[in-house]
Ligand binder design. Structure first.
Ligand code: HEM
Length: 151
């Protein structure tokens, strides 16, 4: 089963890297008044290509592999519930990043630098929270007792 956990970690590292890199690419491209168009490509921008062909598949693979690890180990614990809550927020951030990609392609740069910076800060906070929960596996959270049941 270690290979499934390894696949989960590799995919989430690629996803995490994209969530941190793409906002910078959007911000710098819009500052340069360019949308990083790829010559002779059917993709409107390099940013869109990375979002659709790297970040999104990595997210889906991380979530699928994580779910298989959770099903295989039959883990039901408060730390995992809290972790998955943060993962849902991370998926929401991923979707918002897609909207920022579309805005940058349309040249809508109003407040785009602030929005991309906020996306990076939120990504860091959520990912630090997720990794802390999965490595520390706190027995209780905010006075809430753990839900320990291992099948
Ligand atoms: C639906 C999404 C996800 C599910 C169901 C899931 C589930 C799991 C499970 C069951 C484990 C094994 C925990 C253990 O027994 O020690 C695990 C490990 C891990 N997960 Fe996830 N995960 C998900 C998403 C994520 C995301 C988005 C991140 C980071 C951004 C993440 C970071 C980690 C890390 C770092 C480990 C390895 C912990 C260790 O080394 O022991 N996971 N995940």
């Amino acid at each position: 089963m270690i290979w499934l956990l390894a696949l989960h970690i590799i995919a989430l590292l690629v996803w995490a890297a994209c969530l941190l890199y793409l906002p910078s690419q959007i911000r710098l491209a819009s500052a340069a008044g360019d949308t990083l168009t790829m010559p002779s490509s059917e993709y409107p921008s390099l940013t869109r290509f990375i979002y659709t062909h790297v970040a999104t598949p990595a997210a889906l693979l991380a979530i699928a592999a994580g779910t298989l690890v959770f099903v295989a180990h039959q883990i039901v614990a408060l730390w995992l519930v809290a972790k998955l809550t943060l993962v849902v927020l991370l998926v929401g951030l991923h979707a918002s990043l897609g909207l920022l990609v579309l805005r940058s392609e349309r040249g809508e740069t109003h407040r785009l630098p602030q929005a991309t910076l906020a996306a990076q800060v939120v990504a860091v906070v959520l990912m630090v929270g997720i990794v802390w929960l999965v490595l520390a596996k706190p027995q209780s959270l905010g006075g809430l007792p753990g839900l320990h049941w291992i099948g």
